[in-house]
Design a protein. Structure first.
Length: 152
């Protein structure tokens, strides 16, 4: 006889308090596949461009907006990648990632501000070492394992 199902035995989706989205912006270059990364002033870290959704904004739109705001690069949104969830203090934050390709813009011409003081293209293997957080390195891992996954 099967045991009765109790609420504590069900697989529950953890509550998310903060919704964010970001882009894995990839391009081909003479140095191989490159990814767009940012240095954030407040945290003194290297990260993929991302940020919180505005009220009523969808994740793909937020990813597009955040990439452009943080890097000066306008990018086309491609397939959604696996999201990551982590704690920010007592809150749970989910970042939905999208594979993106650049359309125009140059991160070297973006003036530094209070959020991002530097945005740059980095060869994919170098980015995996440069990024501060393991969760973001894991987002890049499939592209390192199979560079043909990068948009052409």
């Amino acid at each position: 006889m099967a045991a009765a199902h109790h609420p504590e035995h069900r697989a529950a989706t953890p509550q998310v308090d903060i919704e964010a989205a970001g882009g894995v912006v990839l391009r081909d270059s003479p140095r191989g596949v490159e990814v767009l990364v940012v240095h954030r002033v407040r945290y003194d870290d290297w990260s993929l461009p991302k940020g919180k959704l505005h009220p009523g904004e969808d994740a793909a739109g937020a990813a597009r907006r955040e990439v452009e705001e943080e890097t000066g690069v306008r990018a086309a949104v491609g397939p959604e990648l696996p999201s990551v969830t982590y704690h920010v203090g007592p809150a749970r934050k989910r970042v939905r990632w999208f594979r993106m390709r650049p359309l125009d813009g140059d991160p070297t011409t973006r003036p530094p501000d209070h959020e991002v003081d530097l945005a740059r293209w980095v060869p994919l293997p170098d980015a995996a070492r440069l990024l501060t957080y393991d969760l973001e390195r894991r987002v890049l891992a499939p592209f390192l394992d199979d560079p043909t996954e990068a948009p052409r």
